[in-house]
Design a protein around this ligand. Sequence first.
Ligand code: HPA
Length: 283
Amino acid sequence: MPGIESHPDFAKIKSWAEIIKPDDSFAPKLGIVLGSGFTPPAEIFESIKDMAFSQLKEFPVPGVAGHSGNFISGSALGVDLIVSSGRLHFYEGHSFRSISYPISIMAALGVRDILLTNAAGLINDKWQPGELMVVRDHINFMGVNPLANWPVDDPNSRFIDLSRAYNRKLSHMLELALSRNGCEPRVGNYVAVSGPSYETPAEIMMFKSFGADAVGMSTVPETILGNYFGINMCALSCFTNWAAGLNAQELKHSEVLEMGHKSSRLASMTIKEFLSIYASEIK
Ligand code: HPA
């Protein structure tokens, strides 16, 4: 498995990781990337060090309302964890390599498991906006791949297997977390588009025929790179809206954000439950 040392920007990543971690004893096993509307569960999460993306020299700065952008080192139920609150998006002009920097930093800190969270448009008409979905698999419709042009000593190492891109054990923990919160655990396929425009109804019909249940503008590059580094990945989507054309309403970014905020309590309770299952499993 290629190590983080093989990253073309390894020197920068290592220096960021050094600044982010509170001290040398900090050894996070788990990383969490929080998409819009997701917050760390305040009841159990103890923040130790908080570092804004903008405080890290040469780190790209996200530009979307709802994505503040900081790394929080902390612990929950005895587990050290590193949280990226906010993320970088391809549609902001960042390269595929740089949108995955939070994953690379987590890899440099020795993280073994990562939970990605995102807001998504709902395609599956049997489900409801406001619900949460465990990502079973993805369709990369962004047209790019973070491993393209990736300089490697062994060119074959780029051809990674993605037949189980989302770790079964971690995904199962997410499902259990949802059931414990009284939610029907939705499990489905996430299609990633580059954005920033929302999709057309015709595109959504096509994605539906592909077997996609939800659509969003993130997660996939992070999952691919995480798999490259041998990190176990899992992802949770919050449906903030019906995907284009599935109801009579126009899509408005402000309403997508508002729905994200409305669901944030449930999302945070799900992360809390996930952390308690995770903490008891790894002991
Ligand atoms: N499409 C793409 N990305 C999204 C959506 C959507 O409908 N909702 C939230 N993120």
